[in-house]
Design a protein around this ligand. Sequence first.
Ligand code: FES
Ligand code: MG
Length: 568
Amino acid sequence: MGKGLTNYGDEGFSLFLRKAFIKGMGYTDDALSRPVIGIANTYSGYNACHGNVEALVESVKRGVMLAGGLPIDFPTISLHESFSHPTSMYLRNLMALDTEEMIRAQPMDAVVLIGGCDKTVPAQLMAAASAGVPAIQLVTGPMLSGSHRGTRVGACTDCRRYWAAYRGQEIDDQEIAEVNDKLVPTVGTCSVMGTASTMACLAEAMGMMLPGSAAAPAVFADRQRIAEQTGTEAVRLAMEKVLPGDIMTEAAFENALRVLLALGGSTNALIHLTAIAGRLGIDVDLDQFDRMSRETPVLVNLKPSGEHYMEHLHHAGGLAALLREIQPLLHLDALTINGKTLGDNLAASPHILNQQVVRPRDNPIYAQGGMAVLRGNLAPRGAIIKQSAASAALMKHSGRAVVFTGLEDLATRIDDPDLDVNADDILVLQNIGPKGAPGMPEAGYIPIPKKLAAQGVKDMVRISDGRMSGTAAGTIILHVSPEAAELGPLALVRDGDRIALDVAERRLQLLVDEDELASRRASMSPRVEPSKERGYRKLFLEQILQAEEGCDFAFCRPDISSRVPRAR
Ligand code: FES
Ligand code: MG
C-alpha cells in the first residue's frame, strides 16, 4: 500500500491506519508490499451479460498473483441494456464518473476493468482516460447462440426479427413464448455485432485489451485464460507505468474507426469513441469518418449486417482475421497494452482463414463502410445511417413526413388503424435526443406501423435524433443534430412536409422553404428546463453534449482538470 494523500498532515499515520484496516481481512505485510492491482467488479444480479464476472475476477486474481502483484477487486455501477431505466445511455456517464473516482480514491498501481454490456466498456474507457492510472480492459465475452425449431438464433437481432413476425401475425403466442426461452442461452453479451461486440472489438483494435480477446465466448475456457493473462499484464503495466493516454492515441482512434466501419458495427460505438477520445483531447471528426467510410469495406459477416454470430468470429480467428484483411488501412505501429505494436501482435496471431465469416477485401459484404454521415438542412451538425443494414431500394428516397412528437405520441398512434401512413412515407420521431427523452433512447428503430407490417412492409425510411440498438437493421437515420429538444431543424418538421434522402450524396433535406421554417421556429420554445429538476437528472440536462460530441458531460472534458488528487 503506497502513501495516501488523505493524510491531513500526518502521512505516516494515514498509512498506518490503512494498513490496520486492510489487515482486518488477513493480509500480511508481504502481500501489502506488492503492486496493487484494482479490479473493477461489475457483477450484478440484474446483468446477465456480466453473469461470469465473478469467475473472471478469480482468473484475473490468479494472473496478478502469478506475476507477483496483489489483486483487490472493488464494485462499481453495472449497467445492463434492459434494466437501465430510462436508458442505459442516460447512465453511461454516471458509471464513468463512478469508475473514475473509485480508481482515483483507492490506492492502486493499475486497474483491470471488467466490462461487457453495451455502455460499460465505453464508461470504463472514459474513466480510465481521465483517471490517468495504468489500465487494461477485459470483456465478459459474447454469449453463445441458441436454436429455435432448428434455426440458429441469438440476442438480439433475432429478438427483433421474431417480434416483427409476431406483430405481423406470422407467428402465434405459443411460438413467441418458445423463442423467448432460446434467444439468450448463456451468460455473456449479445451474440451479434451489436454495441457490446463492437466495443469489444474496438477496445482490442485500440490496443486497450489483449490481442485475441474480443470474441472469445463468455463460457469458454479461452475467456478465463484471457482473464488470467490480463491480470499478469496488469502487473507489468503497473511496473512500467504505461498510461491509457500512451495507448489511446490519435492513431489508435483512427484504427478503431476503421475497424468500426469494416465490422459493420454498431452506430452507438461512434458516439462512445467520440466520448472516450474527447477525454484525451482528441477530436473524432465526422467528415473524416465519412471519408474513411468510402474506402473501408464491410468484411465481417455477422448479424445484423450479415449472417453469423460472435462465436463464429472467434472460431474464425477473432478480430485478427479482420485486421489482417484491412492491414493497409491501419496504423500498424500503434502501441498496444502488451507492450507490442498492433503489427507485431498481428504477425504473432494464428492465421486462420474462414472467408464465410471474414470476407476478403475483394469480396466484401458491403463495398463501403458500415456507416455514412449525412448532412443537409435537417441535420446541420450531422446525422448517420448504418448503410450496410439498410435497404438498397430506400437509399435514395423522398417522401411525405409522418411525424411523432415524442415516445408517448409514438406509443399512442403508431398502431392506430386510422393513422394516415403509406409504405413510401418517412417516419419522423422528435425529442428522443440526448436531452429530449432524456438519454437518447434506442427508439430510432421506429416500428413499422402495424397495419403496414400486416401488409408485409418490412422497411421504411425512419428519422430521429435518437439512437438504435446495434442489433437492429433498417433504413434508419439516427443522431440528427442538433436535436429537436434544442430546437434543431428536426423540431420543425410537420406532417405532410417532404423530406429527401440521398445516401450516395450524403444528403438529408427538409423540402420546406426557409421563411416557413423560421416562422415555425419563432413560435416554439425549448422543451427542457434543467432548473426545474433535481439530482442526477438536473446534472445530466445541464451538462450533456450532443451526439457528435459523444454525449459526454461538458465538465468531464479535459479542459477543466480535476482538482481531486489521486490516492497512491
Ligand atoms: Fe448486454 Fe446486449 S444486452 S450486450
Ligand atoms: Mg444494444
